[in-house]
Ligand binder design. Structure first.
Ligand SMILES: C=C(O[C@@H]1C=C(C(=O)O)C=C[C@H]1O)C(=O)O
Length: 176
């Protein structure tokens, strides 16, 4: 019988440090893009941006997934607290912009349940990317590589100032 494959995830052993960090940045930008949809879903409902019950559910789920992957649940939860704060930065920023200029406000309301399914999918990929990147995150040059990846993603995705600031907020605890 062929030898069993190594238990270590291929991406953790074969990716360069930049290759480990870049997925975290790409997925964080994707997660932030959902903030636009969540902001639209909540706009005009009178409901708050903050949903502490949903946040606890997200943190519980990602901690559980981290445990299953043999990753550090505390590191994972800290990372996701930043992801959640960053998402709220986007939502509040958009609500302020729409208050100031109602002509820019969305005219359709996305289904928050559907958007959360998309967020759950991204969360899952983010926990995996975090679990695959311990070497890069503890490297002394983590911060400059992370910044380089963020600058690149900002250009690729044409991020505005609001989303660029939120992206930096979302990545605050990536490097050890
Ligand atoms: C994205 C949402 O808005 C906020 C941000 C959350 C997140 O980033 O996971 C969760 C709950 C809310 O406090 C949401 O309500 O789903």
């Amino acid at each position: 019988a062929p030898a069993a494959p190594s238990a270590a995830p291929a991406s953790a052993t074969t990716h360069s440090p930049y290759g480990q960090l870049r997925p975290l940045v790409v997925l964080s930008a994707e997660r932030l893009a959902t903030g636009d949809l969540v902001a639209a879903a909540k706009w005009g409902t009178g409901g708050p941006v903050d949903d502490p019950a949903r946040e606890q559910e997200v943190l519980r789920a990602v901690a559980e997934q981290a445990r299953q992957l043999g990753a550090d649940p505390a590191v994972t939860v800290r990372f996701f607290r930043d992801q959640i704060e960053a998402n709220k930065v986007v939502q509040r920023g958009l609500h302020r912009a729409w208050d100031a200029d109602p002509g820019r406000a969305p005219t359709e309301r996305p289904d928050l349940g559907q958007v959360r399914k998309e967020i759950n999918r991204i969360n899952h990929e983010l926990v995996q990317a975090l679990a695959d990147s311990p070497q890069a995150r503890s490297a002394p040059y983590c911060a400059p590589l992370l910044t380089a990846a963020a600058v690149r993603v900002r250009h690729e995705r044409h991020l505005d100032a609001l989303h660029t600031g939120a992206l930096a907020r979302s990545l605050r605890s990536v490097c050890a």
